[in-house]
Design a protein around this ligand. Sequence first.
Ligand code: MN
Ligand code: MN
Length: 481
Amino acid sequence: MQLPMSSSRYVYQYLPLLCLLDLAFSIPAGTGTLTPPPSAYATHTIPVSGALTATASLAGPLPPGASAEPTQNTINAHPDLVPGQASNSSADASQSFDFLNVTDPQPIRGDMGSNDPGPHDSAYDRQNPDTLARPTTDEGDVQQAKWPMGLSSTRMTGAGWARQQNVDVLPAAKQMAGVDMRLGPDAYRELHWHSANEWAYVLNGSARISAIDAQGRNFNDDVSEGDLWYFPSGLPHSIQALENGVEFLLVFDDGAFSEDDTFLITEWFSHTPREVLAKNFGVPIKAFDEVPKEQLYIFNGTPPAVNVSADAVQSPEGTIPEPFSFHLSRQEPMVVPGGSVKVVDSGTFKASTSIAAAVVTIKPGAMREMHWHPNSDEWNFFISGRARITVFDAPQSARTFDYAAGDVGYILVDQGHYIENIGDEDVVLLEVLKAPQFEDVSLGQWMALTPPQVVKDTLHLDNDVLSGLSREKQYVVAAQP
Ligand code: MN
Ligand code: MN
C-alpha cells in the first residue's frame, strides 16, 4: 500500500495506537488495510508540536530585551535548614547535622554553601549529612571510604543469599574484602576452598562448620551470634546453618577476593572425566550418575545431628592443634568510659594469624577516640547505630563519611580517624585489621606520654588540658555533658 508521505509518517508513528483502534473498530476480515475507518482516524490524530532541535539563532548573546530570569535570595529562608545550619549560627564546631526528618536537606553550613534547587536525591542526603554539608575542617582528597552493602548485588539461591564488597566497588580496599551471607535453616554453603584467608563473624543464628588441614587433621564446631571462625587459605571447609538459619560476615585478606570465584567440589566433579573419577575413588562410573551438573553454592540440606560430636568423623591424624573457631560471644568486653571493646587476635585466637579485630560498642554521643593503626588498613562493618568517621590523610586532607548498619568502611594504614556515634542508639562495629596483632596508636595517650612542654609549645594548650590527658588508652571516650 502506497500512502502519501505525510500520512505514512502518521501511520508509523501511531502504529501501536492504530493497532488498538484496529481491535476497537473490528475491521472486517479481508479488507487488507491497517488503518481504521477515516472518521476514527481523524478524531485520534495527535499533532506533533515543537522541534527536535532549535535554530542556530540561539547561539551567543541574546537579542536586546531577552534578559535572564531574576533569581531570588531564598538561601537562609529555606524551610529545611536544621539548627546550626543558617548563616547566623556558629559553624565552628562542625557538628554533624541531623537530616533524618528533613524533607529536602541543603548543602549549607553557616556562611558556606548555598541551597540546591537542581536535581538531587534527598534520600542520599539524609543518610550522608557530613557529605552534603561537610565539616569546615574537611579538605582535599581522601579515598572513598564507604560502601553500603545495600548497593551490592545480592546473589540469591533457593536457600539463601550473599552479597559482597571488594576492590571492584571500593578501589582503595586492596588488603581486605567482605561478604555478607545468609543461609536458611539447615542450608549449606557448599564444600569449597579459596586462595585468601577467611575470617568470619556470626551476625545472627548459628552454624556448624568443618574443615581439614593439609596433614589430614580435621575440625568441627558449632558457632553462634558473636562467634568467629578462621579458615586458612587453601584449606577446604563447609558451613551448614542450624535450625534457625545463620547470617555471617566474611572478611578475606585480599581486596580482590570474589565470593563467586571459589573452588567448589561440585564444579571439580562436573569438570573431571567420569573415567578419572571412577579410578580416583575405585568405584564404577555409574556411581557418579547423580552428581550435580552445576554448582550448588547455597542449597537446602538435611538437618544435622543435634550434637556436633555425633557428626564428627574421627581422623587417624587427629584434630587440628589450633581450633578454627573462637567463641568471642563468651569473652567479657572491656568496659571503657564511652562504651566497651573486645579485642581478638592471634594472641588468643591462635589460628587467626592474618586477621585481628575489635568489636566496639559506642554509646550515643560517645566516640571511638582519635587513633590510627600502624600495622594495617582497617576494614570495618557497622552492625548497628549511626556514626561518622573523619579520615585524616597526610599532608592536609580530611573527609568525613557517615555510616549506618550494613555499611562497610575502609581506612588506610596510618590514616588518623575517630568514630563518633551521631545517632540515639548504640553503635556496634567491627574493626578488622590484616595483621596478627590488633594495634592502634591513641592520639591522647601519645600526647600524655610526651614531655608536656613539647606538646604545649606545639599545640598551645593550657596546662590544665595537658595535665588532664589520660596516660592510658581510652578506646571509647564518653559523650560530653
Ligand atoms: Mn570460604
Ligand atoms: Mn580504627
